[in-house]
Design a protein around this ligand. Sequence first.
Ligand code: GDP
Ligand code: IMO
Ligand code: MG
Length: 423
Amino acid sequence: MANKILVGAQWGDEGKGKVTDLLARTADVIVRFGGGNNAGHTVIVGDQKFELHLIPSGILYEEKINIIGNGVVLDPAALVKEMQMLEERGISLDNFFISEIAHVIMPYHRLLDKLEEERKGAGKIGTTGKGIGPAYTDKVARRGIRLVDTLDKDRFYRRLTEALDYQNLLLEKIYGVEALKAEEIMEEYQEYIDIIRKHVTDTTLLLDQARKEGKEIFFEGAQGTLLDVDYGTYPYVTSSNPTAGGVCTGTGFGPVGIDAVIGVTKAYITRVGEGPFPTELKNKIGDELREKGHEYGVTTGRPRRCGWFDIPIIKHAIRVNGLTELALTKLDVLSGMEELKVCVGYKYKGEIFQEFPLEQETLSGCEPVYESMAGWTEDIIGLANYEDLPEAARAYIEYIEKAGGVPVKIIGTGPEREQVIIR
Ligand code: GDP
Ligand code: IMO
Ligand code: MG
């Protein structure tokens, strides 16, 4: 029995959904600890494809407990849509629970997210537009509305009118748009809350009980290390801590109970949204990776920017998450490339950096220093044995292992559940 954290080691979309689905097989409880419906996690089971934004990817195993922790910001409309999608596809929600102290994304959060991106113009972050940043802002500014506040109609009305006193000032006086009405929001949200209500509870008690009973708990990260508000490419980040530390504050589960931290990383890198990306390939190779890897966002449909694997980034992720192992996904996408490049450092104003710089203007000015590696022509899709991989593919994996100093224990050889090598 081991409690494990899974985090993205890059800019998100590393394949966390697929790896969670794989590792959740042996877990009893699967927990989301941060982010919101900015996430989009894909799980493919047979001919069925599930795209999950809020509910943990473990929901496909109906006997397991699935929890949304307090670190998540919750859009009730998005949640209800996802719950209905799952129920229509025969997935039970009987063992699904949501923290009562999770903050709620309100219509003004979505509106402010868009208005602020418009105001920034060319300097925009490239957010998902789901209201994530404004919801976390209100949480920290101590004017948020929590799920528990919405369960009682009168209390919800009081909290909402207090919140609107402030939010409408912003909307009208700063952004020059129409104020929102409490009654209209109440009417819409009441419908969602009535559907969600029976799943809302103090989830710290559930986790504590699971821990005492020796159950295996799996924490499913969203986003990625470089989108972390502290350790990412600030300000081009999300507004939460998707790194491993976010588990403790985002669920109320203490650090001593954690046995392993798995970092999911693609065999190359992608990014959606704005911000520096040293190994980005704005050329035919980048286009090839995008098409072969189907690199289009699950949440917004935006094309993902693609680039070569970056060693300083993986070292940074290993460090700030305390990663104990890696899952390397999408190795199959690299098949057929004559030459592979790996970034081993950066050149900045005549200096060579071995470590990932945390200041974004410096990062923007960094030129990657590459090492070249041989590619392979063999199709590796669906391979399940490490020994069956071409020698060049094994050399690529072992190079990454050596550079990072942690083992690559899982290797993705295709999008489907069984297309994976476990070492
Ligand atoms: P997440 O946000 O980290 O869960 O990742 P996404 O679901 O947004 O994006 C990952 C995409 O890669 C999805 O379309 C997955 O089905 C797909 N995928 C995951 N692992 C592999 C793999 O090993 N090979 C290939 N070809 N696709 C993969
Ligand atoms: P998963 O869990 C990729 C990015 C957005 C934008 C920045 C801020 O699927 O890996 P936000 O809406 O959070 O304020 O946007 O963060 N972003 C993601 N990129 N995968 C995600 O989640 C992301 N969640 C947020 O594109 O650049
Ligand atoms: Mg995703």
